[in-house]
Design a protein around this ligand. Structure first.
Ligand SMILES: Cn1cnc(CNC(=O)c2cc(-c3ccc(F)cc3)cc(O)c2O)c1
Ligand SMILES: [Mg+2]
Length: 214
């Protein structure tokens, strides 16, 4: 097919959502991915859990690893208080190009900094490049084998503080076994599993919420 799946998702947003209305952007993507073609957005079921954790944490500085089309980026940014910031990291330039347009369509570009590149290279540069002292909230949704090494990297770079909340997608499907083992066995985290289902599907999946204890 001529267009890519992310480009078709963008088209569905431009056709069915209202410019400047993040809720309509979220609904347009969920409708398209549930009824037309599946895509790896966190989705509406797990999205409600993401919303509730975000509302509880109310982060001033948030990090997302794995932007894809920007669905969870919009979900997170729409709930941030004025002056709060979200940095989102995407390795794939084609995904990043679509995400920028979906973020702009939602009108949330002022709250979001999208950075392209490998998370392992970008995390050590967060302080110097973006003046970040530490993150209050981290959403992990990128390559599943990068969750554990990138969490250790965030610790080593002093980017986590007492109370920072990590929320990890896909801990069951596709699964992140090394990450789960790490956060569940480390005395430096208090972890809890939120059972849900894989986006737009009946297959089980869930989110792991881990609070860094310092
Ligand atoms: C290529 N790429 C760029 N970013 C990434 C990181 N994301 C995932 O891999 C990812 C995968 C799935 C998934 C795929 C196939 C399947 F059968 C079941 C689940 C779901 C998700 O929510 C994900 O976040 C992959
Ligand atoms: Mg995911």
């Amino acid at each position: 097919t001529r267009t890519s799946r992310p480009q078709r998702i963008l088209k569905a947003v431009q056709k069915n959502a209202t410019k400047g209305d993040p809720e309509s952007v979220i609904s347009a993507i969920d409708h398209y991915c549930r009824h037309k073609e599946w895509a790896m957005n966190v989705g509406d079921d797990k999205g409600l859990i993401l919303d509730s954790v975000l509302t509880e944490v109310n982060p001033s500085t948030a990090l997302e690893l794995g932007t894809y089309c920007g669905y969870s980026t919009v979900r997170i940014a729409r709930l941030l208080s004025p002056g709060s910031k979200l940095i989102t990291v995407e390795f794939n330039p084609a995904f990043a190009a679509v995400a920028r347009q979906i973020i702009a369509y939602a009108g949330l570009q002022d709250k979001i900094t999208l950075v392209e590149g490998p998370s392992g290279d970008l995390i050590p540069k967060m302080k110097e490049r973006f003046g970040i002292k530490s993150f209050d909230f981290v959403f992990l949704d990128h390559w599943k084998d990068r969750y554990e090494p990138d969490t250790k990297l965030l610790e080593d770079c002093g980017l986590l503080k007492k109370g920072t909340v990590l929320l990890a997608d896909n801990v069951i499907c596709p699964g992140t076994p090394e990450y789960l083992k790490y956060v569940r066995n480390s005395p430096r985290y208090e972890s809890r599993y939120y059972k849900s289902n894989l986006e737009y599907s009946k297959v089980e999946d869930g989110l792991e919420k881990s609070v860094f204890l310092g």
